[in-house]
Design a protein around this ligand. Structure first.
Ligand code: ADP
Ligand code: MG
Length: 697
C-alpha cells in the first residue's frame, strides 16, 4: 500500500467549490426565524442538507369533483368550502369542517403549530382547492395536514405529481419544496470521484445532475449514484483512519492479572467472553493502538468484557474511560461496574454534563492526578477541560452514537493514542460488518450466558386492546413492570406524539400515576425523571416511543407491548424486545398488529416469534426491507448513512469498499486527479475528521 501521511491530508482546507453548499439554510430566500427550528429538527441547517433531503416517495394526485369519487388512502385534489372550526380540548387537534360540492363533510385536521396556518389558509365560507391524502376518522372523511391549499384550481396544477418529503412540525410540503428547489439552483460541477468505468456501466449521471433528478421523479440511477457517493466516502474515510491508526504510537499494555484475580463475578464467563477478552489483551499489548469492535446482542454480557479490558489498563498503570450514549446509561454503567469491581480496590467515577461545581472539580482533579482509575460518562468526558494523567483505554458503548470523528477527538486526550474498544448491540448482517466498520477488528459475542429464558413472543390483533390492558393489570398486580411502545413516524411527528399521549392518558385512567411516559419531544430532565421513576420501580408502566431502544436495564420489567408492530423493522423490534427478558423471570412480548398486514409484514412478525438470534434477524431484516411500508425506511436507522438506504447499503457497499481499497492502494496520498476528487467527496460528506481534529486541538 502506498505510503500515506494523515497530516498531508488534513492540512488542506475545504475546497472553495463546496462553500455555497455549506452556507446556512438561513441564507436562502424566505427563511425567517420561524423556520429555523423546524429545519434544525430535520437536520437541514445548511444548503447541502436541503439538497440531500431526498423525497420519501412521489405522489400522483387525482383531481376529483367530490369526495364520493375518491377512495380512502387516495391522494386527491378537491374543491372544498370550510364551514366551521373545531378546537378540541387540551393538546388535541384543530379541525376545519369543510363541505364538498355534494354536501359531503370532511375534517381537515391540524396538530400543534400547524393549526395557525390551517386557520389562515381556510377562511370560512370561501371555496378553496385542497390537496392531500383522504383518510377516515370515525364516520367522517378526514385529511390530516393537507399538503396544499390554493384559491384556484390553476394553483394546483403543479401539485398533481410531486415529491413527498419528510416533514417536521411547522413545515409544509410546499415550503420545503420551495427551499429544496433553491438549494439546487446553481449546483457546482464537482470533479468526478467515481471510477469512470463503473459510472458508465451503471449508467449513473454526474453528481450535479443526479441531485435534481432524484428530487424530480423516481430515478434509481440518480439515487444509486448519490448513495454510492456516500458509501464511497465512508469506506475511504475508514481506510484512512485504519492506515493512520497503524502509523500511530500507542502504549503497549501488559496487565499482570492481579486486579482481575480479585474480580468476584457471580458467574462464569462464557466462552465467547473469554475469547473476546483474550483478543483484546493481545491487541493492547501491541505498539499500535487497538481499534476493536465488540459486537454482541443485548444481554450477551459486553459489560463484563469491558470491565476486564479496563482492568488490564489499570493493572498496567493507566486509566480507562467508558463513554455511554446517555446519562442514564452512564449512571447504570457506573453502578454496575462499581458493584462488579468492588473487591478490586479500583476507583471508579461518574462524570456527566450535569455535574457542576465542587463535585465536578474533585472528579477533574482525580482524573488529572490519577487517583481515579476508571471514568464513566457521557460526551462530557470529551470536553477540553477534562485532562487525564494517563488515559490508555477508551471504551465506547453503542458505537453508532459516537462517530469515528468523535473517537478521534478522544484520542487527543492523551499524549499517546489510547486503545479503543467500541461496543455495539446493534446486530449487523455479517456481509456488512467489514464494510461498515472497515477500520476495526471485530470480536463477536455469539454465545448467550446460560440460563436465559426465551421471551414468549405473541402476535395479537389490535382490536384485542382491551384484553391486553386487562393482562397488564394482572401483570402489575403481581408486582412486575411493563413497557408500552408506540411507534413514531417522522412525516407527522406531532400526530404520533398525540397518539402516544392519548395512549398514556388511557392507561393512566386505568392504572393511575404508576404510569410514566417518555418521548422525543420531552425535555431531557423530564425524560430522565420518568425513566428514573421506572428504573427505581416506583412507576410500573412506561409508555414510550422508540427512545428506549438504546438503554435501560430494568430486570423487573418482564412484559412489553409494541403497538403497530408491523411498522417496525426486524432489527428495531429485536432491539426493543431486548429490554425485557433481562432478569430470571419469564418475559413476554406482545406484538399488536393492525388488520391491513402485508405479506412481508406477516413474515416479519412470524420471524420475531420464531427466533431470538439478533444476527439472524439482522440478516432477515436486510432481506425483507424496502417496500416503503416501514418506519423511516429511507433512513437507515443505526447505520452511519443518511443518503443510502438499507437496500442500497447491501447492494452497493461491498462495491464501494473494494473501490476505496483500490484507490488507496494506487494513490494512498490522494494526490492523483481522482484522488483530489475523492478529497472533495470526503469534505462533501463530512468525513474530513482530521480537520476537526486539528481544530479541536
Ligand atoms: P449487554 O451489555 O451485552 O447487553 P450486559 O453486560 O448488561 O449485556 O449483561 C447482561 C446480564 O447478563 C447482566 O445481568 C450480567 O450480569 C449477566 N451476565 C453477563 N455475563 C454473564 C455470564 N457469563 N453468565 C451469566 N450471566 C452473565
Ligand atoms: Mg450494555
Amino acid at each position: 500500500m502506498a505510503k500515506y501521511v494523515w497530516s498531508d491530508y488534513v492540512g488542506a482546507m475545504r475546497p472553495d467549490v463546496l462553500n455555497p453548499l455549506f452556507a446556512e439554510s438561513g441564507s436562502l430566500k424566505g427563511v425567517g426565524p420561524g423556520l429555523a427550528r423546524p429545519l434544525e429538527k430535520l437536520g437541514l441547517t445548511r444548503v447541502k442538507d436541503l439538497a440531500y433531503h431526498l423525497p420519501d416517495r412521489f405522489v400522483a394526485r387525482r383531481a376529483v369533483a367530490n369526495l364520493d369519487e375518491a377512495g380512502v388512502g387516495e391522494q386527491i385534489v378537491v374543491a372544498l368550502t370550510p364551514r366551521e372550526y373545531k378546537q378540541s380540548a387540551g393538546r388535541g387537534p384543530f379541525r376545519v369542517m369543510a363541505e364538498d360540492a355534494l354536501g359531503n363533510y370532511i375534517a381537515l385536521t391540524y396538530f400543534g403549530r400547524a393549526s395557525y396556518s390551517g386557520k389562515k389558509q381556510l377562511p370560512l365560507d370561501e371555496k378553496r382547492w385542497v390537496a392531500g391524502r383522504l383518510d377516515q376518522y370515525g364516520q367522517t372523511w378526514q385529511m390530516v395536514h393537507p399538503d396544499h391549499v390554493s384559491e384556484d384550481s390553476a394553483g394546483m396544477l403543479g401539485h398533481l405529481n410531486e415529491p413527498v418529503y419528510p416533514l417536521s412540525d411547522g413545515l409544509t410540503q410546499g415550503r420545503l419544496q420551495a427551499l429544496v428547489h433553491q438549494s439546487l439552483e446553481g449546483l457546482p460541477e464537482l470533479p468526478e470521484w467515481i471510477e469512470p468505468g463503473l459510472a458508465a456501466k451503471m449508467d449513473w449521471p454526474r453528481w450535479h445532475e443526479a441531485l435534481p433528478l432524484a428530487h424530480k421523479a423516481e430515478h434509481p440511477q440518480a439515487r444509486d449514484r448519490l448513495a454510492y457517493d456516500e458509501l464511497l466516502a465512508n469506506s475511504l474515510a475508514l481506510l484512512l483512519v485504519r492506515e493512520s491508526n497503524r502509523a500511530k504510537k500507542g502504549t503497549p499494555l501488559h496487565g499482570d492479572g492481579r486486579l482481575r484475580a480479585k474480580l468476584n463475578l457471580p458467574f462464569e464467563l462464557t466462552g465467547a467472553q473469554k475469547r473476546s477478552i483474550a483478543e483484546i489483551e493481545g491487541d493492547v499489548a501491541q505498539g499500535a493502538p487497538m481499534l476493536r469492535l465488540l459486537q454482541g446482542d443485548v444481554g450477551s454480557g459486553k459489560t463484563a468484557v469491558a470491565l476486564n479490558a479496563m482492568l488490564i489498563a489499570v493493572e498496567a498503570g493507566g486509566q480507562a474511560a467508558l463513554l455511554a450514549p446517555t446519562e442514564i446509561l452512564a449512571r447504570q454503567h457506573a453502578e454496575t461496574l462499581s458493584r462488579m469491581a468492588a473487591g478490586t480496590g479500583v476507583t471508579i467515577a461518574l462524570l456527566t454534563g450535569r455535574d457542576k461545581g465542587k463535585a465536578r472539580e474533585s472528579i477533574l482533579m482525580g482524573l488529572l492526578d490519577g487517583s481515579i482509575d476508571i471514568c464513566v460518562g457521557t460526551h462530557a468526558i470529551f470536553q477540553d477541560t477534562v485532562a487525564y494523567r494517563n488515559l490508555t483505554l477508551a471504551v465506547i458503548d453503542e458505537q453508532h452514537r459516537f462517530g469515528v470523528g468523535q473517537r478521534l477527538m478522544l484520542s487527543q486526550k492523551a499524549k499517546r493514542t489510547p486503545h479503543c474498544l467500541a461496543m455495539t448491540a446493534t446486530p449487523i448482517p455479517r456481509t456488512l460488518t467489514l464494510a461498515q466498520y472497515g477500520e476495526m477488528d471485530v470480536s463477536r459475542l455469539d454465545e448467550m450466558p446460560p440460563g436465559r429464558q426465551a421471551i414468549d413472543t405473541r402476535v395479537v390483533a389490535q382490536d384485542r386492546l382491551a384484553d391486553v390492558i386487562e393482562g397488564i393489570g394482572r401483570h402489575i398486580a403481581k408486582g412486575a413492570q411493563a413497557y408500552w411502545v408506540c411507534p413514531m413516524v417522522r412525516e407527522l411527528e406531532t400526530a404520533d406524539i398525540a397518539a402516544a399521549e392519548a395512549r398514556h392518558a388511557l392507561l393512566s385512567e386505568r392504572f393511575g400515576d404508576t404510569v410514566v411516559m417518555v418521548h422525543g419531544q420531552m425535555r431531557p430532565e423530564a425524560k430522565d425523571a420518568a425513566m428514573e421513576r421506572f428504573a427505581r420501580g416506583d412507576a410500573k408502566l412506561l409508555v414510550a416511543t422508540t427512545v428506549i431502544e438504546v438503554g435501560v436495564d430494568v430486570p423487573n420489567a418482564t412484559l412489553m407491548v409494541i403497538e403497530q408492530a408491523e411498522r417496525f423493522g426486524l432489527a428495531q423490534l429485536h432491539q426493543l424486545r431486548g429490554r425485557v427478558g433481562r432478569g430470571s423471570q419469564q418475559s413476554t412480548c406482545l406484538l399488536l398488529r393492525g388488520d391491513a398486514l402485508s405479506e412481508t409484514g406477516r413474515e416479519r412478525l412470524a420471524l420475531m416469534r420464531e427466533t431470538q438470534d439478533g444476527f439472524r434477524l439482522a440478516e432477515e431484516d436486510l432481506r425483507l426491507r424496502g417496500g416503503g411500508e416501514l418506519l423511516g425506511t429511507r433512513q437507515s436507522g443505526d447505520t452511519p448513512f443518511k443518503v443510502a438506504d438499507f437496500e442500497q447499503i447491501a447492494r452497493l457497499l461491498p462495491l464501494a469498499h473494494d473501490d476505496a481499497r483500490l484507490l488507496m492502494e494506487r494513490d494512498g496520498g490522494l494526490s492523483s486527479p481522482r484522488g483530489e476528487a475523492a478529497r472533495t467527496l470526503l469534505y462533501l460528506f463530512e468525513r474530513d475528521w482530521g480537520v476537526q481534529l486539528l481544530r479541536g486541538g
